[in-house]
Design a protein around this ligand. Sequence first.
Ligand code: IVH
Length: 713
Amino acid sequence: MYSTEEQRALFELSKAYLNPESALHKQSPDQQLAALRRILVYHEYRYYIQNDPVVSDYEYDQLYKQLEALEMAHPELVTPDSPTQRVSADLTSDFPSVEHLVPMLSLANSYNADDLIEFDAQIKRYLNIPEDRDIEYAVEPKFDGGSIAVVYEGGQLVRAATRGNGVMGEEMTNNARAIRSIPLKADFAQFGIHKVELRGEVLIRKDSFEKINKQRAEEGQTLFANARNTATGGLRMKDPQEVAKRGMEAFIYTLGYAVDKDGNDVLSRFSTHAESLDMLAQLGFKVPVGGVERGVFKNIKAVVGFCLDWQEKREQYAYEIDGMVVKVNSRELQERSGSTSHHPRWAIAFKFKAKQATSKLLHVEYQVGKIGSITPVAKIEPVQLAGVTVSSVSLHNEDFIKGKDLRIGDTVLVERAGDVIPYIVKSMEELRDGSELPIEFPKYCPINDTAEPVELIRVAGEAAWRCPTCVCGAQNLQRIIFHASKDAMDIEGLGKAIVERFYELGWLRTIVDVYRLDYDQIAQLEGFGEKSAANLKASVEKAKQNPIYRLLHSLSIHHLGKKVSKILAAEVKHVLDLKSWTLENFTHIKDIGPVVAENIIEFFHNEHNVQLLLEMEALGVNLRQTEDDLPKAASADAPLAGKTILFTGSLQTMSRKEAQAKAEAAGAKNISAVSSNLDILVVGENAGSKLKKARELGTVEVMTEEEFLNLIG
Ligand code: IVH
């Protein structure tokens, strides 16, 4: 449909229009309108037809707004084929086209509290409602999947179709039947409804998506980019059995059309949107859970609070959502305000800050981790992503670069996903002009500060290239940072920035130096003083008494995590006992496999390491097993002995980790999902689907954070 040349040109043109400084904004309205329409038609094609957008939703909306504004200023120049004058672009022809009973419109967008307040003011003006009167709103998540319309007649599911261009959709009834959350029968008759069209969104849970991709990786298949594509792609699969395997779900969010046996409109029987969703929930449809996922608010101010709350907690939600939808709750007011050709006037999407954006891959830098793994890091042209400027993105390892065929100079799609770590989704091959350069992974350690270049090694079965040398400054710095960190020796006041500063001053070269710091000198440093120096000294002194599991963990032995360190600590009276250990000694320890065992043996066979530990001991660091290194047998009379427990929602007086540690100390076992195996669910604020599921099961004891604390005493 579009040649590579055209795609590149349209992309460049889009970027130019998005730049407020561009001279293009000074062109004649005619020229600008023609260009913007071409750009938008292209982006709609990429989004709706190919499911593969090349600009973020936010960027698309900015371009759309420019077009709208120009057309508003020059109504005589509006053409019938302008993207503002119809719902969307063409359909693909894979599935038969059907006409929706009423057009499926889009939504207008808003991005912040002011936009929502303006939306409220606008409706009031439109409906002649005084400014100081409140309008009630229903608010629910804006699900990020594939939209569908399902028709029931005489209580039977008779048709399902994708949104298509909003007027015509693609019929996919058999695929819809494979989606278990879409009932095949529903007793609409009890509400006097004979024929009805429901609108909803087909989604895949984020964890199901992970599972699907994991399995695909195991089977050597290409991975899906995100849950949304997996769901929309799923809707178009030819084989409904395959659809069933994807575990897709459908949330219903609106009642589009409803008539009785005589064809009379019965929508007006529902006085509010919330009421119609309640009815659908009652009939067995999956609708956003009342009070948790959706709410009714007495005015726009309360709506803003709910939207901002969800923006904060969206990552914890089981499904991908890209915003909230705010709808005038009263049906009568909805009808009075009506729709434009593009969207209803009574609803608006509150879009969360963009999580995806395009940028240019400028060059790659290589970082050396504490065990010498080389991590390539892409430097990209700075872009705004979910409210932060991103200019560096980890490329993980060489396979990642090869798998995505990334090249210097590529336009890349960057996403800031759940864990807030930015990630390169893909490079946009169609935008290449031939000047891109391959990324040459280095053969030698890029940072090593020894005279001779050190060749990198790659151990079979591992993805990372590693610098094998132990004298590399970069590695040592990382080791010291880790040694002092909360997870390891937990030395308060010796965080990353301070370690780096002391390192630059030459005060820290190895981890032993941590116990040789000169506090008088530190007190003289800018930003320190007597008090902070004394505090630091106190934390170092405290760390010296740590149980040895912390010390073992702090040594940066490859694969020796916190859990294995604890198991190991329980096995030795003195850390240096490990000097004489061989593989034999490890065979009886269930949770320590041969790979870690080898690493431990190698570490303690290295004279340099033994020397470090001896020096540490001479400086007062504890190397002997302590009480805390031995597993505490949870006594049978511990308050939660033998119980399984799960924390959900945000806790007020402690972190999730602390809560889990407390539960464990009280004899409970932390588990991660609500099932019939779960005994106790502790709910913090804004608990969501876990709570709902626990209630449904009926066998789980649900308690508040306070009740939990009282229980463990
Ligand atoms: S209401 C007439 N509610 O967002 C009102 N839409 O940009 C039209 N969407 O195509 C939509 N969650 O696929 C509505 N809770 C929700 C939604 C929702 C997701 C999608 C829908 C629509 C698009 C509009």
